[in-house]
Design a protein around this ligand. Structure first.
Ligand SMILES: *Cc1c(COP(=O)(O)O)cnc(C)c1O
Length: 360
């Protein structure tokens, strides 16, 4: 068995240790004679799995007691609708559009009310984060929305926008648990787990309790009300049970790794290896403004499309998978999430150096 270095943006690499443990427990979960996939979500055994997962997530992120944690389905994309349906009381919200995912969320919100694009970086192909220190926040905005780490373009908010007292909603899909965050500064933090936490099919929503009410837009289906899920501790209907179980294992792995401070240090160390090389290389260059660079997604180009294609092809043959950039931007992108070992990044840079020598 040979595992490749998988630089996919999502679904993405998971800790090998977690996969091995799941394999060991596949046929018989801790003596109960069945797989987690086969057990009732109402069983005592499963209740323990989901409660432990929530407790571990709470301790990793230091989630304040007045925030609910929900394990939902529908991917991050379903949140683009759930957020306005539940939170757009005045039918006004402000969106900062820093990439495709933020743009999709912004467009979806327009179905439900007046969504204002108060800042964007589209003029330079989303290669930077706009100055958000003094934006024209709407006086009647129900919330301000950001996508904190832009998976496709490789930018990250290093400081949160000044929302002038409005609630902040953040899509953290591709930077979830990559470093500590102060949950109390947000009203809602959510993310699909297939980027940095677990298998596709689970989305985690962390929401301040006072926002979870029956006061939602008329016509909001039961399944799309946060209150439905919060009241039932994510067990209103059958949850993505196996996916949550794997997320729980990743939380344990993160705790064992030393928690999010440690992950941040490790991720900074990994990203530095790649960015330092991009800065000194005569062939490859990063596409993002230096101060806005993501620790998780690193896009780069040679400036020559044929050479880019050659690089993607040869890197694949050498055991580096999924380095092709997003179909809308081209070039290359290395996603170096929590579970990407530092050896993978070092090996990639060695390969890039060799490619550069051969293609000068
Ligand atoms: C991948 C991604 C999404 C979309 O996730 P789905 O689960 O496929 O709906 C949304 N936002 C960000 C930041 C992403 O990286």
């Amino acid at each position: 068995m040979a595992r490749v270095y998988n630089f996919s943006a999502g679904p993405a690499v998971l800790p090998e240790e977690v996969l091995r443990e799941a394999a060991d427990e596949m046929l018989d979960y801790r003596g109960c004679g069945m797989s987690v996939m086969e057990m009732s979500h109402r069983s005592k055994v499963y209740d323990d799995i989901i409660k432990t997962a929530e407790a571990d997530l709470r301790s990793l992120l230091n989630i304040p007691a007045n925030y609910k944690v929900m394990f939902l389905q529908g991917g991050a994309s379903q949140q683009f609708a759930m957020i306005p349906m539940n939170l757009m009381k005045n039918r006004v919200a402000d969106y900062i559009v820093t990439g495709q995912w933020a743009k999709k969320a912004y467009q979806e919100a327009q179905i439900f009310g007046k969504a204002n694009k108060i800042a964007t970086s589209e003029d330079k192909t989303f290669s930077y984060i706009p100055d958000c220190s003094d934006l024209p926040i709407s006086p009647d905005a129900d919330y301000v929305y950001i996508c904190e780490n832009n998976t496709i373009y490789g930018t990250k908010f290093k400081t949160l926008p000044n929302t002038k007292g409005k609630d902040l909603v953040s899509d953290v899909s591709s930077c979830f648990l990559s470093e500590p965050m102060d949950i109390s500064r947000y009203a809602v933090v959510y993310g699909g787990v297939q980027k940095n936490i677990g298998p596709a099919g689970v989305v985690i929503v962390i929401m301040r309790e006072d926002l979870i009410t029956d006061d939602v837009l008329p016509g909001t289906p039961t399944m799309l009300k946060y209150k439905t899920h919060a009241d039932a501790d994510s067990l209103y209907n059958t949850p993505p049970a196996y996916g949550i179980y794997i997320c729980g294992k990743v939380f344990k792995w993160l705790k064992k790794m030393g928690g999010l401070e440690q992950m941040k240090t490790y991720n900074e160390e990994k990203a530095k290896i790649l960015y330092d090389f991009l800065d000194e290389s005569e062939l490859f260059k990063g596409t993002v403004r230096r101060e806005d660079r993501s620790l998780m997604n690193v896009p780069f180009i040679t400036g020559n499309e044929e050479l880019d294609a050659k690089f993607v092809k040869e890197s694949k043959a050498a055991g580096f998978e999924n380095l092709k950039g997003h179909r809308t931007v081209g070039g290359m992108r290395a996603s170096i999430y929590n579970a990407m070992p530092i050896e993978g990044v070092k090996a990639l840079v060695e390969f890039m150096k060799k490619f550069e020598l051969e293609n000068k």
